[in-house]
Design a protein around this ligand. Structure first.
Ligand code: PEP
Ligand code: MN
Length: 264
């Protein structure tokens, strides 16, 4: 397989317009779950940048459980996010939910996110593969390591070797946390594939108070990147407030992340 270590023994480094990820190049991505307004995303981008992140995350097309929940600002959100990222010198990572909106999302993003719910949307995987753009491939809600790697294979099979695996927790019997954050996926992917892996403790746990410890644990486990949800006012966030860090807690965590990544 194109994704396997046997095929490509050395670790692949992804280059996102000058920002390298993998094989010792560590990056942090931070931002709100959803882009909510121009002011909100600009304010959050400044916080993300000041803490040391290289990427601004944020959803403009949101895969919500309920059709009555906030669905995202769509193109308006993409525009605000691009503006906020350019203003602060960050790269944009955002989710593309379907082939229909791929050209639109690709126009504004530096890296495309395939959400957990779309890990096995094989037509979408082929389509993002064809763009040649950097792809963050989230693990499916109940995705096995083998299914996840085969999903990446669909992207690689289109000639796209800019793949970043994202561990974001899997469904288990446990309900205390939103998902069961599977840190063992980090060494598993490292062994099986040459592509880098990012940890997402925000969706992995669903609890803001666990983000710092699980981020540090993810880095200790060998993750090449970290993605976290942050919000200027988590209590009033339109999505995922309970797992979003306040600016103060993000800053506090990033001091430790910076120290630990220097040590790794
Ligand atoms: C997100 O990143 O906000 C998101 C919806 O993630 P996931 O697909 O992992 O649930
Ligand atoms: Mn979210």
């Amino acid at each position: 397989k194109l994704t396997s270590r046997e095929f490509h023994p050395s670790s692949t480094v992804i280059d996102v317009d000058g920002i390298k990820i993998g094989d010792g190049h560590f990056v942090t991505m931070a931002g709100p779950c959803s882009v909510e307004s121009r002011e909100q995303i600009i304010e959050t981008a400044k916080i993300a940048k000041a803490g040391g992140a290289q990427f601004l995350r944020g959803g403009a097309f949101k895969p919500r459980t309920s059709p009555y929940a906030f669905q995202g600002l769509e193109e308006e959100g993409l525009k605000y996010m691009r503006e906020a990222a350019d203003l602060t010198g960050l790269k944009v990572i955002t989710e593309v939910m379907d082939i229909e909106n791929l050209p639109l999302v690709a126009k504004y993003a530096d890296m495309l996110q395939i959400g957990a719910r779309n890990m096995q949307n094989f037509q979408l995987l082929r389509a993002v593969g064809k763009t040649g753009m950097p792809i963050a491939l989230k693990r499916g809600i109940s995705g096995t390591i083998d299914e996840w790697i085969h999903a990446a294979e669909y992207i690689a099979n289109e000639g796209n070797f800019n793949i970043l695996f994202v561990e974001r927790g899997i469904r288990s019997y446990e309900t205390y946390t939103r998902n069961t954050f599977d840190l063992s996926a980090v060494p598993a992917i490292k062994k099986l594939s040459h592509f880098p892996i990012m940890v997402d403790p925000s969706h992995g746990t669903g609890r803001w108070e666990m983000i710092e410890s699980m981020s540090l644990a993810g880095i200790a486990a060998g993750a090449d990147a970290l993605i976290v949800e942050i919000h200027p006012d988590p209590a009033n966030a339109l999505s995922d407030g309970p797992q979003s860090l306040t600016p103060e807690n993000y800053e506090k965590m990033m001091k430790k992340v910076t120290k630990l990544t220097a040590f790794m």
